[in-house]
Unconditional design. Sequence first.
Length: 413
Amino acid sequence: MNNVRDIIESELNKVSLFKSKEKLYPEYLPSYLPHREKELKSLASIFKSLLLNPGALSHRVFIVGGIGTGKTVTARIFGKEFTQLAKKRGLNVGYVHINCHRDRTLFEVISELVRQLGLPVPQRGLSSRELLNYTLEMLEDNDLYAIVTLDEFDYFINIAGNDAVYFLARIYDEFPEKVKRLNFIFVSKSLTALSTLDPTTESYLMKNLIMFSPYKSYELFDILKSRAEEAVFEEAVSDDVLKYIADTVGIDKGGPGNARAALEILLISCEIAEKEGCMRVLLDHVRQACSIVEPNSVILHDILPYLSLHELLVLRSIVLTLKRSDEPYVNTSVVEDMYRKLCEDYNIEPRKHTKFYEYIVNLKKLGIIMTSTSLKGRRGRSTYISISIAPLNVIDAKIDELLGIKLRYEGSS
Ligand SMILES: Nc1ncnc2c1ncn2[C@@H]1O[C@H](COP(=O)(O)OP(=O)(O)O)[C@@H](O)[C@H]1O
Ligand SMILES: [Mg+2]
């Protein structure tokens, strides 16, 4: 039998397929962005006049495209490169990336803007308007410009509403004589949310529209190839394997055209191969990976990490109640009882009923749960909840992981 040291040592000596695994993670900013040249060019041509004639106009762009079409990564890379090029020309431009799944109200968005620009946070409690005026003044004092990306902006529109969007988008209407230092990139999955805005705000936002199409198979192949070159050893993944993944996901082959799904399949295929002690990824590893990667798993990775502690607790209560009942829908009042019990287990003060209900509404707006008010054969007007984005166990495992992090680092705030 192996002794402990042998076990550990053999694990340490095991050669890996990965040169640098984190380069396949969704949050990594890659060095190349194949097939987004046109979109990068459009962004550059819109923001060009910020360099040529700084302060004359507040620029805005609306990026629209489905999940995994590279909206976030393109905005981030554009911001990073543009600010560096501006600096070379003596112009101080900051790039700010705000995810509206986390920062959902006007006040949260502006506070995050202040934080990411590295401005001193005012001690006195300010209103959104005061905080924004403060930000504009600080930009002026520091001769600083900013490009602000509001990612998942459709969610901000739904939650914060027309007036908040109007306020943000038309900041300079009130100060026509001011140097225009704030510029915006709005990122959204679709244009539907815009139709809830009043028509002037809608057309104002849509002035510069850049559409991101789902990726075709040959495009995904190039993306996978460039990311694989950064992340894994050359011999480990053949072009055949990459082509197989690209064909599974490519929009022209009936897939979703989602680069995130393609990269996740590649990552999991490599992990499976490695676990089997195989130094090359085989097609069968890819098949296994495809059966694991849920098309909806993006929701788990994209949205769940931004939920607050109590939203996670409410979601877990829904999952547990659904598991127990073995029915497709469960009554909200049963979920609320479960939520109180869970809070007790975690030794956390539960929130009041109205707040609990607000969480349910938010989870619904985020597309995590479905609700229905009247069910056939049942009397009364209760709300029923269901989940279909992923298997309950998968969701629960993710919640568990996130709760662990939240409870450790954030206390019960
Ligand atoms: N053209 C591309 N080249 C390299 N990686 C890409 C490209 N497009 C998307 N990706 C990667 O795919 C994943 C999903 O992209 P992301 O920008 O998050 O999509 P979206 O914001 O449109 O949902 C990220 O890991 C991103 O780095
Ligand atoms: Mg995104």
